[in-house]
Design a binder for this molecule. Structure first.
Ligand code: SF4
Ligand code: SF4
Length: 420
């Protein structure tokens, strides 16, 4: 805020351009007067007093928390489980405003952050601009930290920070501070005692929670009651742990319980999704089965209908076999005439032979000639008789067969060759 004031105000202007707020309040604790003055100067030089105001607030932990700061600056309380946006408020920190200016004006992504290196084991405590991903070991090295004297390495502030065991731990976007503490500075936590129900934790809680109750619920893994008592509103400030005369690490219980609740909710969502998937699958299988049944029934119905139509057609008009259909029309009259003609020819030839045999002198050559002709005429007559008989047979067969019967089914006795 002191060194890069213009960039911070530029970032605020970009935010204001996007969000169109009625007013912008910058809350600064009263132990940072230089920062407040620097910001006021830039605001004045840019003639932004109508939009942006610097509000100095008492230095009282944890006034930097989002909900607490909103209440101090506006007097409005963010509802439990709600967001500041539900009150028409957006709360951003100075680092975000600075990063927005870098991103929009310089096209520079968030690749580094300001991290405070401090602690009694650190020879050069100060703020460092550190690339994200840098190992903590590198910070310890450039700040001439005595590793031997460091008994606890804390990432974050003294109240909300957590101990890191590995010096290769990387700096992340949220790494605002590294404390290389000596034994005197941060002694080992005292032995945890039983809760004496003194109520000091309740008085200290800035979120108006019941830390003692939450402790019991956390200890008994009663996640439902912990949720009912708004454990989600705990900002993990550590104030309750700090004042607890029984040295109960209350905030550690809450962190663990919050993690359990998160996991339980994730598991529930997962099982709900699996249940929905399972039920959807069952419904789909039922639907497919029903569709199959309907198609099968429709096919059976169509087949039955077709069968019935066939039967009805067969009863009303006898069918003619393919063989019969292809049979040419038989002219019995013509066959009869041919037979009669050949028969007559045979009779005349016989008469002529008789006449020749009775004529003297006999002409044997003529008689032989006529006999040859008679044989031919008889053969022709026989052929004509056979053709006539066959024709009659077929004609009678066609007339006598009602359905699917062939000529072969006509009784032999029904037709007799005229020659026989
Ligand atoms: S401060 Fe500690 S001992 Fe007192 S009521 Fe809270 S948890 Fe119990
Ligand atoms: S850590 Fe303790 S004091 Fe802080 S908000 Fe949570 S319950 Fe309240």
């Amino acid at each position: 805020m002191q060194e890069r004031t213009t960039n911070v105000i530029n970032g605020i202007e970009i935010l204001a351009y996007i969000l169109k707020p009625e007013t912008v309040l910058i809350g600064i604790e009263d132990n940072k007067p230089k920062a407040a003055d620097a910001l006021r100067d830039i605001i004045k030089s840019k003639a932004l007093e109508h939009l942006i105001q610097v509000v100095v607030i008492p230095t009282k932990y944890p006034s930097g928390g989002e909900k607490q700061l909103i209440q101090i600056l506006t007097g409005k309380e963010v509802p439990s489980g709600g967001l500041p946006s539900s009150l028409g408020i957006v709360c951003q920190n100075i680092g975000t405003a600075y990063a927005i200016n870098n991103a929009v004006v310089k096209g520079e992504p968030l690749i580094c952050r300001i991290t405070t290196m401090t602690g009694n084991a650190c020879a050069e405590p100060k703020n460092y601009e550190v690339l994200i991903g840098t190992p903590v070991e590198h910070l310890l090295k450039i700040s001439n930290t005595d590793i031997e004297k460091t008994t606890r390495l804390v990432m974050g502030g003294p109240m909300m920070g957590f101990t890191i065991e590995e010096i290769q731990t990387p700096i992340i976007k949220a790494s605002n501070c590294i404390i290389a503490a000596t034994k005197e500075e941060l002694p080992d936590p005292a032995m945890e005692q039983a809760c004496i129900r003194c109520g000091m934790c309740t008085e200290a809680c800035p979120a108006q929670l019941l830390p003692q109750q939450l402790y019991w619920f956390a200890k008994s893994s009663n996640l439902e009651q912990a949720e009912t008592h708004n454990i989600a509103d705990c900002i993990e400030c550590g104030a309750c742990s700090f004042v607890c005369p029984s040295n109960i690490p209350l905030v550690q219980y809450y962190r663990f319980t919050k993690g359990e609740i998160k996991q339980a909710n994730a598991d529930k969502q997962k099982s709900d999704r699996a249940k929905v998937r399972f039920e959807t699958r069952l419904a789909r299988l039922d639907r497919e089965q029903a569709e199959k049944e309907a198609k099968r029934a429709a096919r059976s119905e169509a087949a039955a209908k077709k069968q019935a139509e066939k039967k009805a057609a067969a009863v009303s008009e006898p069918t003619i076999s393919t063989e019969q259909e292809s049979q040419p029309a038989i002219d019995i009259e013509k066959l009869q005439k041919k037979f009669d003609a050949t028969k007559s020819a045979v009779a005349k030839t016989k008469e002529k032979i008789t006449a020749l045999e009775s004529t003297e002198p006999k002409d044997d050559s003529k008689i032989e000639l006529m006999k040859g002709a008679l044989e031919k005429a008889q053969t022709k007559m026989k052929d004509a008789a056979t053709a006539l008989a066959e024709g009659k047979k077929i004609q009678i067969g066609m007339a006598a067969t009602p359905n699917n019967q062939t000529q072969g089914s006509v009784p032999e006795a029904a037709v007799k060759s005229p020659a026989e």
